[in-house]
Design a protein around this ligand. Sequence first.
Ligand code: F6P
Length: 369
Amino acid sequence: MSKMIGILTSGGDSPGLNAAIRGVGKALLGRYCMKVVGFRDGFRGMMENRTQLLDSAALSGILTLGGTILGTSRDKPYAMPIAGKLMDMTDVIVDNYRKHHLNALVCLGGGGTQKNAYHLMKQGLNVITLPKTIDNDVPMTDVSFGYDTALGIATEAVDRLHSTAHSHHRILVLELMGNKAGWLALGAGIAGGADVILIPEIPYDVKKVASAIMRRSHSGQGFSIVAVAEGAISCEVAAKLAVVGKNKDSKKKEQKQQTQVRVADCKPGNSLHLAQQLEELTGLESRLTILGYLQRGGTPSAGDRLLATRLGTACADLINDGKFGVMVAARGDGVKPVALKDVVGKRKTVPLNHDWIESARSVHTCFGD
Ligand code: F6P
């Protein structure tokens, strides 16, 4: 009897998910004569037993499609919102795995998905994962699919902002995705030649940003482009967050209350405020563009299709070899299975001494530090 493999996509959608589903599915079907069933909308669909047979017809013509043909959700097996409550639905998911006589479950997703997959692995399921995220913050892999496409879109946005910024002698602030990791803003900022790059890893001093812009202005460059990650924070906010971190577990009522107030103060993603501050400090007109979901939508780049296909087909080989409990990571031109336990609970942020940061500083990019 053919082996049956389940597959699901979970977390925010990313370009390259369909290329990965196709890579896993075609290799399992064609090379190893296995069957593949997809679960709709991530772990939610697996819990509700909503399936879609992935035969060769279903896997055909999806390589270039954005989004995910399976749908996705951010639901976790152990904390699923049901009738207004968070319920642990792990047992139901494990039951459905058994009902379908699955030999393995492939989970495609970012950091949260790796954690959920690891949780199911600990329940005894044969789990294998692929790294997907436009944020590029999954650890233990050189890169995740989705990043290259988002990088291209974000870079094009920086390029396009140049001509309008130049014409109006304005500061144009571009907010890019990346709540905890700045890879996207850093990569697009460098590739597009942004004058200022602000990322969560380097808290910024708005006065230093304003000074850098004024230096440009005095040297005859009447415009500046600021690429800011949605999670970038000022030095003041970073200091407040440090206090919040300290007080979080405090038993003293007063300190707890202080923490709540400060959490509200420190909500990141406040690029509008940044644009206003820069206008006030420099006297130059300033405008904000939030690129938002355009960064995740549409057809995957050639690089992401290639990466997703490489990882997907390698995943099928590992399933055939009976190697589970791993994430299929990209390493150079090859792939490497890495233990899920080494992936979960970590995030790949930009190291402060990373080559990209050094390169950007060498071409006079300001990081606000
Ligand atoms: O994780 C990818 C990402 O696009 C982040 O950059 C962003 O902060 C987040 O997802 C937005 O998630 P959602 O679409 O669920 O609001």
